[in-house]
Design a protein around this ligand. Sequence first.
Ligand code: S6P
Ligand code: ZN
Length: 193
Amino acid sequence: MKQAVINPFALALDFTSGKLEPATTHITRHLSHMRNMYIDSAAEQAVLTREDPLIYEVYQYDVPNENGQLISCTTILYPGRIGDEYYMTKGHYHEKADTGEIYLGLRGNGKLLMQVGDQFSALDMGPGTVAYVPPYWAHRTVNTGDEPFIFFAVYPADAGHNYGTIEQEGFQQIILEKQGNPVIVPSPRWKNA
Ligand code: S6P
Ligand code: ZN
């Protein structure tokens, strides 16, 4: 199939705010958009009775949804916790599962959780970390610091996102704050737990 020929372009990325300009898509995810993803349901409910905090934002520049095209985007993941669990993204597999992705840390600190089958990986990310998400691996980021965790990502424009599997099964391991430090513990919700 013949691909669209589009013109070259440059975007401006602010490393401090994470804003990408221009952006064609701006996603804001509040706690109410990710119900039942945090392990402590009572803590989630208690927060939601007071407020609906902004957990993360994504700025994205879209290109034709075709093989060969690449999407640029930034994620700004705010600091905070629901119960003991640090703010995190929903996490997803790519709909077209044989597509990978590259993350570049710009600001703050966090972890990149990945899983496929029974395999699991947690990589530390900070400014300058280039992390590779291989094809087939689900991926979620977690802010383990006290400032926004910001990273840039590039992925195939036809990858698509499968959120349903993670919504149902969660991740194998979760990141909790214990005595001021992040610890990785098995998720009681994981299907084999
Ligand atoms: C897209 C890439 C990221 C995430 C973003 C938000 O493939 O992995 O841009 O979309 O970090 O996470 P999520 O899981 O809500 O899409
Ligand atoms: Zn992705």
